[in-house]
Design a binder for this molecule. Structure first.
Ligand code: ZN
Length: 253
């Protein structure tokens, strides 16, 4: 069976739990497909298991890591194990795009004794713009303590923007200008005294979507201790059509 997304761009939610895996979802991981090309956006804790229920890991063509917090990158380790020992991997090195320093950090995650993972991955530092398979890629630095980049993927006239982790950010709004779909984190509950430049509230995710003029807002990255219905309701105060993602959901962009 050919992968989905041959004509349009298809987004599948592999994991959407914020800050770590939750009881009903792995941490951050999204599969984006177009024309048979399969790109993973983030590979957070717990996501490699969920991925196997949705796509054969051998069919992944590239991995993009928004940043190197555990809930966005830890399951690179089981992917390395799969590639080295399953006997099924293609033998091709997998392009892995991530902020500078990923090669060293992910080797530590795998505890490879300092040995690089370059037999599995072809590492590339996050570009401002690039072509990746059938996608035109643009990125923007977000407002987050770790170096994090939001990404805009465009193919076949459709555009998807994923915020990664961010506080309110003009750069992210600009990146999302008139996108078809904005997949936006909303990790912070609505309350006073929140640390700046870390995460969005639901309302702030809605405000970003409205300011960018996107067609559709998908709210994600809600931590297990935050009420997702409250995050969605808050997002809808600024963007009435906002939707809450759930694991396994697919969206044609
Ligand atoms: Zn983070």
């Amino acid at each position: 069976m050919r992968p989905a997304g041959e004509r349009g761009v298809r987004l599948t939610v592999v994991g959407c739990s914020g800050s770590g895996p939750g009881p009903t979802s792995a941490a951050s991981c999204y599969l984006v497909e177009h024309d048979g090309f399969r790109l993973l956006l983030d590979l957070g804790s717990g996501a490699f298991g969920a991925l196997q229920a949705l796509a054969d890991p051998d069919t992944i063509d590239a991995v993009y890591l928004s940043h190197l917090h555990a809930d966005h990158c830890l399951d690179v380790a089981p992917l390395v194990v799969w590639h080295r020992y399953s006997g099924r991997a293609s033998g091709h090195r997998l392009p892995l795009i991530a902020p500078a320093g990923a090669e060293r950090r992910l080797a530590l995650v795998y505890d490879s004794g300092g040995a690089p993972l370059t037999d599995v991955f072809d590492f590339a530092v996050t570009p401002v713009s690039a072509i990746l398979g059938p996608f035109t890629v643009q990125t923007a630095r977000t407002a987050h303590p770790a170096e994090c980049h939001a990404i805009r993927l465009t193919a076949h006239g459709s555009s998807l923007v994923y915020t990664g982790d961010t506080g309110p950010s003009r750069a992210v709004v600009d990146l999302a200008h008139r996108a078809d779909v904005l997949l936006a984190e909303a990790a912070h509950p609505e309350r006073d005294g929140l640390p700046p430049d870390l995460h969005l509230t639901g309302r702030q995710a809605g405000e970003a979507a409205a300011a960018a003029g996107v067609r559709r807002l998908l709210v994600t990255h809600v931590p297990p201790w935050v009420d997702p219905a409250a995050q969605l309701a808050a997002a809808r105060t600024a963007f009435p059509g906002a939707e809450l993602v759930h694991p396994g959901a697919t969206y044609d962009v």
